[in-house]
Design a protein around this ligand. Sequence first.
Ligand code: PLP
Length: 393
Amino acid sequence: MVNERMYGLGAEPSAIRELFAYGMARKAEIGADNVFDFSIGNPSVPAPDAVKQAVLELMEEEPSALHGYSPAAGDPRVRSAVADHIRRHFDVPASPDQVYLTAGAAAGLAISISAITQPGDEVIVIAPFFPEYQVWIETAGCTRVEVPAHVPDFQLDIDALDAAIGPATAAVIINSPNNPVGAVYTRENLEALATLLARKEAELGRKIYVISDEPYREITYGAEVPYVPCVWPRTIVCYSYSKSFSLPGERIGYVYVSDLMDDAAEVSTAVAGAGRALGFICAPVLFQRVIAACIDEPSDVASYAENRRLLTEGLGALGYEFVEPDGAFYLWVRALEDDAQAFSDRAKAHELLLVPSDSFGVGGWVRVSYCVSRATIERSMPAFKALMEEYRA
Ligand code: PLP
């Protein structure tokens, strides 16, 4: 007899992965050029040359040391390099003890949620939200509380958060630059959140953490991305090298428990404990070392800006409604009918793979990942046109 919940999670792949798998099969059938696969956030920009150089240099090292275990929280040299990077870039007193290396942001988020909650606590997510949050929140025995983003700018809705935060609230997960809408929270918006959290902590007599999920930090189109620990000290940053270093398959990232919070040492000890409990110890060692060597050299993400321009101009001219993204590489497009799944299915008939919004916690939209080749966007326009015409007919 297997665990029912785990069986359910295994049996039902995420909507994104399901569409991605469909795309792979369809490409094998009719040729990759004939499928417009906007399903998944796999970076199309190559990893920086510095990554290849670092790998080649590291391969000269003595293999049993190079490929051996590191301490559970990561190689001390790498934790120091990350802390140093945080200090230099964000002007905060980051110490290596507060850095825990992880297999991407996914592991970091699962660890962070488990570290700072008790079963029965509530964790707030901003809808639309990254679907896997629900899985990690449930695994920690907590309840997800959804707070819709403020429309039409998709910033944090402070009044709605005020209404949602109660005695059981342990944390608010935020993600800026945002997947799926591309919003970047302004400093003013984050300061309003901090003011609210300070008031709520005093009123409720409990600590409320912000878990800042930041895999897209470096992918912006001019917007400032404030460092959340500077605004709200009780912040745990979950960073990943998947997107801005184009290394999603290498599974490398970190949790940084802000040194500025009054319970920093206790929280980072709980992070280590959650890493142990969940089996996320000793993140991939070769890539720990690689990122230490390349930490200031992310991928050149300029082509995402060009993709964004092509896609928004093209879809705008065809009459589609969407949220203008300030960061990440997703376009949040209004479906042409209320049922996003039905719209996504009709798009499929035009070989357009668009992720329906339902698993992000809202209906009526689709997510278009534009981390694809420029040619894919250009060639997809007649399909988007035909889809629009079908609805207008
Ligand atoms: N959080 C968000 C918002 C994401 O979009 C993703 C991946 O797409 C993740 C977390 C997980 O990223 P990682 O590859 O670092 O595990």
